[in-house]
Design a protein around this ligand. Structure first.
Ligand SMILES: C[S@@+](CC[C@H](N)C(=O)[O-])C[C@H]1O[C@@H](n2cnc3c(N)ncnc32)[C@H](O)[C@@H]1O
Ligand SMILES: Nc1c(NC[C@H](O)[C@H](O)[C@H](O)CO)[nH]c(=O)[nH]c1=O
Ligand SMILES: N[C@@H](Cc1ccc(O)cc1)C(=O)O
Ligand code: SF4
Length: 459
């Protein structure tokens, strides 16, 4: 067997070197000029003229980003009442940063091992979402493994069934499995309970939903939209530079195809988020190139509501276990990622701070480094937890109001598309969602449920 790639083996064509100076780049950022990739590299590195992060320069970048945030969106900090409902962990794509997945063969009825993963039928998804909608959530985020039995819809299933070499297109019939995820359109329709906003179908999932056909991404997203899909999560982006994807996710769609899928979603009228998953093998040049690709995409579409930096959680991942990386990003890198995203993406209004990735203390700090959105209640979390993250699976409205008020900002409940907003008065408890179909202001979780779900005291 070949020796696994190690950190020392990674030599990239793109390296963080520029002809720009840190001071020039910062001045442009402060003036609101559109930044170049080289400018972003200077800001990410706090200057390519020296080694490591210069703390004084870092503070100046964070300040510039915080000021820009105040100009663009003011003092409000938004969050959404949502639920994560991931349908299945079965996946054979093999991304080396991911521990969410379970090898798909372990789900087969005749497997010798019992799978460590889960698959939900559309009925099970509906029940989970219906329960959460009753409690007051109004968005469901659903991202899943690429289960071999998944088809887009009945017509897609027929095409997949008729394929001469189903293995070549990563298809196995539902009968092979204990539980079938059904079709994507059935799952979306099942989750569309009482008009809840369905945020689902990453570009990678959309790729799976058209495998073995000559259907365009527009066609796929049109059918999904008809089934009830509202917006698309711009995950699967990771780092949109091929030489990085070749190392961390060689089985995944490439940058061009990711962009094609996102543009198609926008063309059929779907809103979307965009992400970067950073702090593994990539360098600052890759981060800057990624931001440029997102900004260009937004120039073409205008449909990206928010940018979500996803800090790499390394503990249980193949990248860490095979010594390709020795950790995730440092706190300095996290802060600069948020700040440079705010300064570079002059056409995306909102930057999200993910408490799942950063925890409460650092998550709040990010709201003064350029971020203005603080994610959602989510109620359940599998991706980060399985990767080794330890910041819990939910936040209540009470948690949100307390945290956001503690830094002197204004807590605002929002809809996923930011169209509906409700400013919350911290002096007027109890705090619960009010924007959803069944949201009457009742707290999402009772005191007992909160205690039950709370993190151990020493975490
Ligand atoms: C787990 S996948 C699920 C959806 C679908 N399979 C896909 O890849 O698009 C969703 C996203 O989670 C993020 N993710 C996975 N593992 C992670 C980790 N260890 N740290 C941070 N983010 C991670 C990646 O950005 C990935 O695109
Ligand atoms: N669901 C997760 C998110 N982000 C989704 C946010 O709640 C977002 O505001 C909404 O879905 C769309 O606007 N981020 C994470 O880091 N982890 C999640 O599980
Ligand atoms: N669930 C994804 C994150 C995500 C989902 C939807 C978004 O719009 C943005 C980010 C994760 O934990 O990595
Ligand atoms: S990131 Fe998505 S596609 Fe990659 S292994 Fe994990 S679940 Fe599968």
């Amino acid at each position: 067997m070949e020796r696994p790639v190690t950190e020392a083996d990674l030599t990239f064509d793109h390296v963080p070197q520029t002809d720009q100076s840190f001071e020039n780049a910062l001045e442009k950022a402060r003036d609101g000029d559109r930044l170049t990739v080289d400018d972003a590299i200077e800001l990410f590195t706090t200057g390519t003229d020296g080694e490591g992060i210069d703390q004084r320069r870092k503070e100046r970048v964070l300040e510039a980003a915080d000021r820009r945030r105040a100009e663009v969106v003011g003092e409000e900090v938004t969050f959404v009442a949502n639920l994560n409902n991931n349908v299945t962990t079965a996946c054979n794509v093999g991304c080396l940063f991911c521990n969410f997945k379970d090898a798909a063969h372990t789900f087969e009825s005749d497997a010798e091992v019992e799978t460590a993963g889960f698959t939900k039928t559309p009925d099970e998804s509906r029940e989970i979402v219906a329960d959460a909608v009753d409690r007051g959530i109004y968005e469901v985020t659903s991202v899943s493994g690429l289960h071999p039995a998944f088809a887009l819809d009945a017509e897609h299933r027929e095409i997949l069934e008729a394929h001469p070499e189903p293995k070549e297109i990563n298809y196995k019939p539902p009968e092979r499995y204990d539980t079938s995820p059904g079709t994507y359109t059935d799952q979306i329709a099942a989750m569309s309970v009482d008009g809840v906003h369905v945020h689902s179908m990453t570009p990678e999932e959309a790729y799976h939903a058209r495998r073995g056909t000559d259907w365009s991404y527009e066609e796929v997203f049109r059918r999904l939209k008809d089934a009830g899909l509202d917006t698309v999560p711009g995950t699967a982006a990771e780092i949109l530079v091929e030489e990085v994807r070749d190392v961390i996710c060689p089985g995944k769609i490439g940058t061009e195809e990711w962009l094609e899928a996102m543009e198609a979603a926008a063309d059929v009228g779907l809103g979307m988020t965009a992400t970067i998953m950073y702090g593994h093998v990539e360098n600052e040049a890759h981060r800057a190139l990624h931001l440029k690709r997102i900004r260009d995409l937004q120039d073409r579409t205008g449909n990206i509501t928010e940018f979500v930096p996803l800090s790499f959680i390394h503990q249980n991942t193949p990248l860490f276990e095979h010594d390709v990386v020795s950790s995730g990003p440092s706190i300095d890198e996290d802060e600069l990622m948020i700040a440079v995203s705010r300064l570079f993406l002059d056409n995306v209004d909102h930057v999200q701070s993910s408490w799942v990735k950063y925890g409460d203390e650092q998550g709040l700090k990010m709201l003064s480094c350029g971020a203005d959105d603080y994610m959602g209640t989510i109620l359940s979390e599998e991706i980060t937890k399985r990767a080794g993250g330890g910041y819990g699976e939910f936040r209540s409205f009470e948690d949100y109001v307390e945290m956001i008020s503690s830094i002197g900002r204004v807590p605002v409940e929002r809809s996923t598309d930011y169209e509906k907003r409700r400013v919350i008065d911290p002096e007027n408890p109890p705090f619960g969602p009010q924007l959803g179909p069944n949201a009457d202001g009742t707290p999402l979780l009772t005191a007992d449920e909160r205690a039950e779900r709370a993190l151990p005291a020493d975490d």
